[in-house]
Design a protein around this ligand. Structure first.
Ligand SMILES: [Zn+2]
Length: 282
C-alpha cells in the first residue's frame, strides 16, 4: 500500500489525468484514494493535457510516497479534485479562445530575454543561465517579445526605425524557425548608426523601403495575419528604455484586415522592380 504526500496528488491532477493513462503501470487503484505499489521505482509521470505542440511530458511528483499520510480523503475528495481540474481546464480553454487584447506601456524596465529566446529556439531544452546582470522578469519588452514569438507562419513588420538588438534577434529567430518575415522601413533611418536593418537583411530577411522624401512613419507588426501590434513605439532601445510609449496588441479581424491591406499596398509600392533611380525626362 502506498500513501501520497499531500502536495503530490493535486499538483498531478492539475496537469493531467490520474490513475489512468497518467500513471505508468506501477500502481493499481484500490479506490478510496489508495494505490497499491506494484514494484519497480516509486515514480510516476503525468501526461499533460496541453494543446498540440506543447505536449512534452511533465515529470512531477516523483517518488513522493510517504508513510503515515493518507492522501485524497476518499471518494468525496476525489470528486472535489476532479471538479477543480475540470474548472481549471475550462478556464484555460476559455483563456486560449479569448482574443488577445493587451496594452503595453513603455518605458520598460531593462530585462534579459535570453530565456525566452532559448525556449523559443529549442522548446523544452534545459534553461542555461544567462551571465548578464539583467533580471528576466515580466516587463513590457518581454511581453512584446512573447507576442512576436507566438508567430508560426508569418510576421509582417512596418517600422520607421529598428535599432533594438533584442527585437532584431527575436525577428531573426522567427526567420530561422521558418516564419515568413517581411519588413518595410524608412530609407533615411535604415542607414543610421545602430540600425538593425542591415543585420536582418544579411540574415536573409526580405526588406523594402520607401524612396520618398516623406517618412515611412508606421510602427506596426502583424503576426500570422491574426494579431496586430501597433502604437507609438519605435523599435529602438532608446524608445523602449526611456520614452513614454504605448503599444496595442489585438486579435481583431477588422483591424488586422485594414492593417494587412495597408502593408500589402506599401510592400508592392516599395517593390524594387518599381524603383526609378533616374528621372524619366531626358
Ligand atoms: Zn541576459
Amino acid at each position: 500500500m502506498i500513501a501520497w504526500a499531500g502536495s503530490c496528488r493535486p499538483r498531478c491532477q492539475g496537469f493531467g489525468s490520474w490513475g489512468g493513462v497518467g500513471v505508468r503501470g506501477r500502481f493499481r487503484s484500490l479506490g478510496q484514494g489508495r494505490y497499491r505499489d506494484l514494484g519497480a521505482r516509486p515514480s510516476l509521470v503525468c501526461r499533460p493535457l496541453l494543446p498540440a505542440g506543447r505536449s512534452r511530458l511533465r515529470r512531477g511528483c516523483a517518488g513522493r510516497a510517504g508513510p503515515g499520510h493518507e492522501g485524497g480523503g476518499g471518494r468525496a475528495g476525489a470528486l472535489a479534485a476532479a471538479a477543480v481540474t475540470a474548472v481549471a481546464l475550462a478556464v484555460a480553454a476559455w483563456r486560449r479562445a479569448r482574443p488577445v487584447r493587451e496594452v503595453l506601456f513603455f518605458p520598460s524596465r531593462p530585462c534579459c530575454i535570453e530565456a525566452l529566446l532559448a525556449e523559443a529556439a529549442e522548446p523544452g531544452a534545459p534553461a542555461r543561465p544567462c551571465p548578464c546582470p539583467l533580471p528576466s522578469g515580466d516587463t513590457a519588452l518581454s511581453r512584446l517579445v512573447r507576442r512576436l514569438l507566438s508567430a508560426r507562419r508569418s510576421l509582417d513588420l512596418c517600422l520607421f526605425s529598428f535599432s533594438c538588438p533584442q527585437l532584431a534577434r527575436t525577428v531573426q529567430l522567427l526567420h530561422r524557425r521558418g516564419v515568413r518575415v517581411r519588413l518595410v522601413t524608412d530609407a533615411q533611418y535604415m542607414g543610421l548608426h545602430g540600425s538593425q536593418i542591415g543585420r536582418l537583411r544579411h540574415a536573409g530577411i526580405q526588406v523594402r523601403h520607401d524612396q520618398h522624401s516623406g517618412y515611412m512613419h508606421h510602427k506596426f507588426a502583424i503576426v500570422d495575419r491574426r494579431m496586430l501590434i501597433t502604437g507609438s513605439l519605435n523599435w529602438t532601445t532608446q524608445a523602449i528604455q526611456s520614452n513614454r510609449e504605448n503599444v496595442l496588441v489585438v486579435e481583431d479581424a477588422e483591424y488586422v484586415k485594414a492593417f494587412q491591406e495597408e502593408f500589402e499596398r506599401i510592400w508592392e509600392e516599395y517593390n524594387p522592380a518599381n524603383y526609378r533611380f533616374f528621372s524619366e525626362r531626358h
